[in-house]
Every structure is written in structure tokens, then in C-alpha cells.
Design a binder for this molecule. Structure first.
Ligand code: AMP
Ligand code: GLY
Length: 425
């Protein structure tokens, strides 16, 4: 099969790494890819928003399966466009991707289907939102309705901050139309977990639960980022909780969308808060998470290709269970100085050759590019150093030992990835 992966992050590198090991993949392409992906797949520099260009490429290269990484093309209807031409593509149609692209759609669906989530109100008028918060006791959370590259959620600690956020979003329009409408919701204290599942429109096959580390600094301080590290599995779930998540959240959401005439195929990602011993949905994403996909895919034993095809063809129920390697998988993200606001670029990365060929460590690239025989930094999150170990301690120490081998000017990483799992035991 000829397979095309769309995207350029650590998530897409992990997907390409896994697909490149699949007996069923003859030729692997990635658009646009990155420095590390270029070692595994043929990369082409077409914009991921250029659906016509992507369709033309797909036809010319006789692509048999397209796998979409990021949310923007999904929300923009890339799956609808490819399906209309009869090209198999992994991901939800635009109406399904709205579960991520519109917080209002997602919150209303959860409310109407009794899926546990924080209580909320929707506002499309600045005055009304202001009046509502004036009588509200912080903490609470303000969320832009639309896609804001992961920056649209604000945990509010005082009313002055809330007033300023509402002004920026609804009056000044810092995120354009994406922020003109907002959801204001109750703050849920607890432990965050990422629950990703393959979906085929009717049923799901879950991946092991994982935990992201969104804030930039250790101890979850500093601004939110795309994610500074992740590990899987997590020690916070028992069988009852897992069943509640699978049946009461994930399957229920797929069923609710099906009832609305939306065949949800691809990955459904539940961003959960385990609060007071119960799971609540903080947000849904319509795709593989990044960095979560890196440790998850590194732990996957089964071939990925048949799973993706079964999702597209709506026959996940016919697939054997997915098997996972024993132990713990940890990914530490190395970022550039200045990330997330203004990352430096163009720095030479050293030490990668010392880690190549290892079965228990993989370095997935995000913001890198190949320059001659070197890899240079080209973005905020640069590498996802991922390691497998028998225990949390072992996986964490292997990942950090590998991080210690890598060097580039201004590199930054959190020192406490996986620490919450250690505290449980
Ligand atoms: P989101 O973009 O919706 O994932 O939100 C970003 C981050 O804000 C989450 O990872 C949480 O840490 C936090 N957050 C969002 N909504 C809530 C909530 N209702 N209660 C507590 N924390 C929240
Ligand atoms: N790691 C968070 C996300 O993928 O949205």
C-alpha cells in the first residue's frame, strides 16, 4: 500500500515510524513532514490547507490511504473532500471534527447526552458574559468556542483577569471569529488524563490512557504549551473508572454523533479530569494527541496499518484486540529557547546519532529540518525523546538519560515528566 501521512509534528513522526515497520506499507509519504520524518518517508512541501493540491498529489502518487494528523485540515473538511473522491482517509468528517473545533457543539452534545462535563453557559454577547461573571466566584474557566492552537482556555483566578480575557476574545477579537463566542464553565479540580480511542463510526478500540504535561515549567507552572511530555499507561484508573470512561463517555459520544448522522471515524481523544473519583470531559479532540501519541505508539505491539484501515472501513469489531508492549512509555519534549511565544530556530542538533538503532529509545522529531548531513531546529517543540521501561522509574530515567545525550543551543525541557505517576505508588 501507498500511505500518506499529513502533518509535521512528533505525532506524525511516531505514526510514520510505526507505519514504516508495517509489512503492508510499500511506500510512505508525508506532507510536509520534518527532518526526522524525511529519513522514513518521502516528504513534499504542500500546505496542509491546500486540499486541491493534496488531492492532486494523492491521485498522482496512487495513494491508498491518507492519515490526517492535525485538527485544522479535519475541521476544514479534508476528510469530506477525499471521501467524495473515493479516497480512503483516516479521520472524522468536518461535522465530527466539530467536537474539537467548536466547544459549544461539544458542550451541547455532552449536555444533551448526559456525558459528564463541567456545568457551563454559552455567551455570544460581551455585555451578557460580563454580567454573568460579575456574580461569579473564581475559579472558573473561560473558553473560546473555536480553534485557537491550544490557547483558547483560561483558568480564571480573579474577576479582573476574567474581564480582560472576555475583552480580548469578544471585543478585540484576538482569535478572530474563534473567540467571539465563549463557554464559561465550572472549574473541576483533579487529575488530568488523556483517553484516546480508535473509532470506526460505531464502535471504539481504546489506547492505553496517558497523561500530558501542558504547562511549560516544572510543577505545572508557567504558560500552557502544546504539551511538554507524556507517559502511558497511567496509575490513576481502575477497571470501574475505565469502564465508565469507555462506555459512559467515549462510546456514548460516538453514539450521539451517529444519531446526528455523523459517522465518527478516526481517533476520539477525551481530555478528562478525574475529579472526586469520577471522570469528566474537559475537552474532546478529533485526532491523535501530541505528545501523547509518541509514547502510545512506541508501546504499540500490533501493526498500526490494519487498525487504521478497519476504522476507515467501519469494521473495528472484526479486528483482533490491539496488543501493547509491557511496561511504561515516557516521552520528554525538548523545546527551543523562547517556546511557546517566540522560539529560536536554526540551531544545530547534536547527539542524535548516539541514540539511533535503540529498541527501547526513540527520538521523534517535531520542529527540525535536515540541512545537509545535519539536523537543525525549526520550531518550538523540537524533539520527543521517548523510552520504554519495565517500571515508571526505569522508563523515566531512560528517557532523561537519552535527553542528556542531545544538545542544541538554548534547549529546554521539563525535569518532572512522569513524576505524578511516581507519587501514586
Ligand atoms: P483545554 O484547552 O480545554 O484542554 O484546557 C486547557 C487546560 O485548562 C486543561 O488542560 C486544564 O488543565 C485546564 N482546564 C480546562 N477546563 C477546565 C475545567 N473545567 N476545570 C479545571 N481545569 C480546566
Ligand atoms: N497534548 C494535547 C493535544 O494534543 O491537544
Amino acid at each position: 500500500m501507498n500511505v500518506l501521512v499529513i502533518g509535521s509534528g512528533g505525532r506524525e513522526h511516531a505514526l510514520c515510524w510505526k507505519l514504516s515497520r508495517s509489512a503492508g506499507v510499500d511506500r510512505l509519504h508525508c506532507i510536509p513532514g520534518n527532518g526526522g520524518i524525511a529519513d522514513l518517508a518521502e516528504c513534499r512541501d504542500i500546505s496542509v490547507g491546500d486540499t486541491a493540491g493534496l488531492l492532486e498529489f494523492t491521485k498522482k502518487m496512487k495513494i491508498d490511504l491518507v492519515v490526517v494528523g492535525p485538527e485544522n485540515p479535519l475541521a476544514g473538511g479534508i476528510v469530506d473532500a477525499f471521501e467524495a473522491k473515493g479516497i480512503p482517509i483516516f479521520g472524522p468528517v468536518a461535522r465530527g471534527a466539530a467536537i474539537e473545533a467548536s466547544k459549544i457543539f461539544s458542550k451541547e452534545l455532552m449536555r444533551d447526552s448526559s456525558i459528564p462535563t463541567a456545568h457551563f453557559q454559552i455567551f455570544d454577547e460581551h455585555e451578557k458574559a460580563l454580567r454573568y461573571i460579575s456574580g461569579k466566584e473564581p475559579p472558573f474557566v473561560i473558553k473560546a468556542d473555536g480553534l485557537c492552537a491550544g490557547k483558547g482556555a483560561y483558568v480564571i483566578k480573579d474577576i479582573a483577569e476574567a474581564e480582560s480575557v472576555l475583552k480580548e476574545l469578544m471585543v478585540n477579537g484576538i482569535y478572530g471569529d474563534a473567540g467571539r463566542k465563549v463557554v464559561i464553565e465550572e472549574f473541576l479540580p483533579g487529575i488530568e488524563a488523556s483517553y484516546l480511542a480508535f473509532a470506526d463510526g460505531k464502535t471504539i478500540l481504546p489506547m492505553p490512557a496517558s497523561q500530558d504535561h501542558k504547562p511549560l515549567l516544572d510543577e505545572d507552572l508557567g504558560p500552557n504549551t502544546g504539551g511538554m511530555g507524556a507517559y502511558t499507561p497511567i496509575p490513576f484508573l481502575n477497571d470501574d473508572l475505565e469502564r465508565e470512561i469507555r462506555d459512559g463517555i467515549m462510546l456514548k459520544t460516538i453514539a450521539a454523533m451517529r444519531e446526528m448522522g455523523i459517522p465518527y471515524k478516526g481517533v476520539l481523544y477525551g481530555g478528562l479530569m478525574l475529579s472526586g473519583g469520577k471522570p469528566y470531559v474537559i475537552e474532546f479532540n478529533a485526532r491523535f494527541g501530541d505528545p501523547e501519541t509518541q509514547p502510545i505508539i512506541f508501546k504499540m505491539k500490533s501493526d498500526l496499518l490494519p487498525v487504521l484501515i478497519a476504522c476507515v472501513e467501519g469494521r473495528l469489531d472484526k479486528l483482533e484486540d490491539i496488543t501493547w508492549k509491557e511496561g511504561v512509555s515516557v516521552c520528554v519534549v525538548i523545546a527551543s529557547k523562547g517556546y511557546p511565544e517566540n522560539p529560536e530556530k536554526g540551531k544545530v542538533i547534536r547527539g542524535l546519532d548516539l541514540l539511533s538503532g535503540r529498541e527501547d529509545v526513540a527520538v521523534f522529531h517535531a520542529g527540525t529540518k535536515r540541512v545537509g548531513s545535519e539536523y537543525h531546529t525549526s520550531g518550538g517543540r523540537v524533539l520527543g525523546v521517548t523510552a520504554l521501561g519495565a517500571t515508571y522509574e526505569e522508563a523515566i530515567s531512560k528517557a532523561y538519560d537519552a535527553v542528556g545525550v542531545i544538545d542544541f543551543e538554548g534547549m529546554y525541557y521539563r525535569r518532572d515528566i512522569g513524576k505524578k505517576a511516581l507519587l501514586v505508588k
